[in-house]
Design a protein around this ligand. Sequence first.
Ligand code: NAP
Ligand code: ZN
Length: 366
Amino acid sequence: MDNFKYLMPTKCYVGDNCIKNHGKEISCIGKKALIVTGRRSSKENGSLDDVVDTLKSLDISYVIFDEVEENPSLETVDKASNIGIEEKVDFIIGIGGGSPVDASKAIAVLINNKEYNAFNFIGASHLEGVPVIAVPTTAGTGTEVTQYAIVTDHKEKTKKNIGHIVFPKLAFIDPKYMENMSYKNTVSTALDAFSHLAEAYLNSNANILSDLYCEKGIEIFGGCISRLLNKVLDNKLREDLMMVSTLGGMAIAQVATSLPHGMGYALTYNKGVSHGLANTILYKEYFNVFKNKERVEKIIQLMKLSSLEDFGNILDNLINVDIKVTEDELRNYAKDMAKNAGKLKNHPEEIGEEELFNIYKKSLIK
Ligand code: NAP
Ligand code: ZN
C-alpha cells in the first residue's frame, strides 16, 4: 500500500446563504476582524455586505482593507499586515478570488509574527498565522481549502508560495456571488480549477484520496464544458464550477501542483496572462508529453470526451489570448523551470530543459 498523509482541516459550509445561516460560528474565532478583499467585486456581488451584516449581528468589530490587486504583491501584504497589527485584529476574513484570500493567509502569518515583515518571512521556518476565514467568490483556485498562499515578489520578478501552512479555519462557499462574473473570468478560473485536478491526478504524490477528489471533480468539469462553450452561465453552472474548484483545492492541498503551474507563473508575471489561462494554454502539450497515457486517457474519459484532440479543440475555443513571446524568452522560462525542484518533483516522469522549452514553444509559437 502507498504511504501518504491526508490533511483537510478546513470546516466548509457550502450552499445558498451559508454566511447568513452559519455565520454565528465566527464568534468562536475572534473578537476583531481584518476583512481583506479586492477593490470592487465583493462590494458588487454581495459578499462583503453579507460578512459585514453578520459581524454586526454578532457584535464583532472589524476593519476593511480593500486594496488587494490580482496576483497580490508583497508590498500589499506588508501594508495590510501593518494595519492589522495597529488595529490589534485577532483574525482575518478574506473575501474574493485567490488573490485576496491568499493575501489574507500571508497577512495572518505576519500579524502573528511581528518580528518578521513581508520581505523576510518567506523561507523562515514554519510560522503560524492568526485564524483565517475564507469567502471565495471565484471558482478557480480552491484556496479556501488549501494551505498555500501565492504572492508576487517584484524584486525577484516572480510569483511564489509563502511556504507557511495556513489552512483557513472556516470557509463559506456560496456560488451566488459569481452570478455576474464575466464570461472571460469564468472561463479562466474554471480552467484553473480543472488544472488543479489534472495536475493532482498526474502527480508523483497522487494517492487514493486525492484521486477520489480528482475523478469526481474532472467528471463534473466535463459536464460543464458544453455550457462553457455555449456561454450558458446559469446558477447550476456556477454551483458545478464551485464544486470543481473546491474539489481541486482539496486535491492540491494533498499533493500540490506540478509542471503547468510552475511554467505558467512566467507567463503571468512577464506577459500578464491570467493565472488559469497561463497554465492551461500549455495543457495540450503537457498531456502529449506525459508518458503514462493510461492516466491521461482516464482524464479524457472522465470528461466524456472522445480523444485528446477533442480536448485540444475545446481548449482552443475557450482560450483566446495572443501572447507575444520570443523563443529566447521561452528558453529563459524553460531554464528557470528546469531549476524549479519543488514543482519538478511532483511530476512523476523525467523531464529536461529541452522538453520544457518544447512544451512552451509548441503551445505559444504557431
Ligand atoms: P483574483 O486574482 O482573485 O481575481 C481576479 C478578478 O476577478 C479581479 O478583478 C476580481 O475583482 C474579480 N472577481 C473576483 N470575484 C468576482 C466575482 N464574484 N464576480 C466578478 N468578478 C470577480 O482571481 P483568482 O483566479 O481567483 O485568483 C488568482 C490568484 O490565486 C493568483 O495569484 C494565483 O496564483 C492564486 N492561486 C492560489 C492557489 C492556492 O491554493 N492558494 C491556487 C491557485 C491559484 P476585485 O479585484 O475587484 O475583487
Ligand atoms: Zn492554479
